[in-house]
Ligand binder design. Structure first.
Ligand code: 2NL
Length: 356
């Protein structure tokens, strides 16, 4: 009898100390389970004489009920505590506004710059033109008066696709000029188009990535001349760099697809390693341009005696770096979200047509 009392106190003590539902279950099994201590005593009843068994049995049943009740009470309170802990831990305030910074993506500086260029030329009456990234030899080279021995045509400089059945090879366009070729083939002048997009060259170092972006422009009419080219490009650099005036100069150059050809520089200063555009007595090359070569017009089915016009081309990465102070070209396509968060643009912060 004394042992039973002691066992009851011991088990009730363990129940009180059980810190969680698993500990409590362990206590229950060790007391009331198949091989439990109280269950063990119950099994002994069979070997006792009737009087002893009655007295012992009553006490043992009472202890068993007390213990079972204590376990149930403790279980309810532990379950309550566990639920409360979860409710506090998992509380969310559904009335909080979304964190704009976390949910909004960013516009890549290349996309932003292309959009700005397209809007500036759009205001001047240029239409947006697009074409395939995979081109044929005619649209990428031949129609542009690029001779067969030109280095741009070499296997190691340009990405070619595997040979087709007729032995020709398609090519990843090395400039966006094929878009202009396709436009001249399919439309009658006047033509005013701006062609931005991806371009490819087998080149990879500090200042070159195998995929890069270019924007080219083309104007063809009956009397379009170099004066139109200069006025148009001056208007562009002023608007793009958000300056009232920018000194510009044209240096003679060579492209197979223009004659004459020129490189346009803009005035800048480089004091103390800092580049300032629009002031100072230094020059910075910004784009290439020229009057469309008569052979290019003819290759597109336009009569060079009837039509003439100008074209220009510039690298987007370069002018994006200049305007937005991005120091390293190779970071553009690393897909580093921290970089994109720093240099990217918030959607709906739509660029304004004039003066940003
Ligand atoms: C540069 C120079 C240039 C053109 C691109 C062009 C296109 C046609 C006909 C004639 Cl279809 N010209 N494009 C003209 C002059 C220069 O690009 O430095 N680009 C990065």
């Amino acid at each position: 009898m004394e042992n039973i009392e002691a066992l009851r106190e011991e088990v009730l003590g363990e129940v009180g100390k059980a810190a969680d539902l698993q500990a409590l279950e362990d206590v229950r099994i060790s007391a009331l389970g198949k091989k439990g201590r109280i269950t063990g005593l119950m099994k002994n009843l069979g070997q006792m004489d009737p009087d002893q068994r009655r007295e012992f049995g009553q006490t043992l049943n009472a202890v068993k009920d007390t213990v079972a009740e204590a376990i149930e009470t403790r279980k309810a309170s532990l379950e309550d505590a566990a639920l409360n802990a979860r409710l506090i831990g998992e509380r969310i305030d559904v009335t909080l506004p979304a964190r704009a910074d976390e949910t909004a993506g960013r516009i890549h500086p290349i996309s932003q710059t292309m959009d700005e260029i397209v809007s500036i030329f759009g205001e001047m009456g240029f239409a947006l033109a697009e074409g395939p990234d995979v081109e044929d030899d005619f649209h990428n080279f031949t129609a542009l008066n690029i001779p067969p021995e030109h280095p741009a045509r070499e296997m190691q400089d340009t990405f070619y696709l595997p040979e087709q059945e007729d032995g020709s090879r398609l090519v990843l366009r090395t400039h966006t000029s094929p878009v202009q070729i396709r436009t001249m083939q399919s439309k009658t002048p006047p033509i005013r188009i701006i062609a931005p997009g991806r371009t490819y060259r087998s080149d990879s170092d500090m200042t070159h990535t195998p995929m890069f972006h270019q924007v080219e422009g083309l104007v063809i009419d009956k009397k379009t001349h170099m004066g139109h080219l200069k006025g148009c490009l001056l208007e562009f650099v002023k608007t793009y760099f958000e300056l009232d005036d920018v000194p510009v100069r044209y240096r003679p150059s060579f492209f197979p697809f223009t004659e004459p050809s020129a490189e346009m520089d803009i005035g800048c200063s480089r004091k103390g390693g800092e580049l300032k555009i629009g002031e100072g007595d230094d020059w910075l090359e910004i784009l290439g341009c020229g009057m469309v070569h008569p052979r290019v017009l003819a290759a597109c089915g336009l009569d060079p005696d009837e039509y003439q016009g100008f074209a220009f081309g510039m690298g987007i990465e370069r002018i994006a770096m200049l305007k937005y102070g991005i120091p390293d070209l190779r970071t553009f396509f690393d897909t580093d979200l921290r970089w994109l968060k720093h240099y990217g643009f918030v959607p709906l912060d739509v660029p304004n047509m004039v003066r940003g």
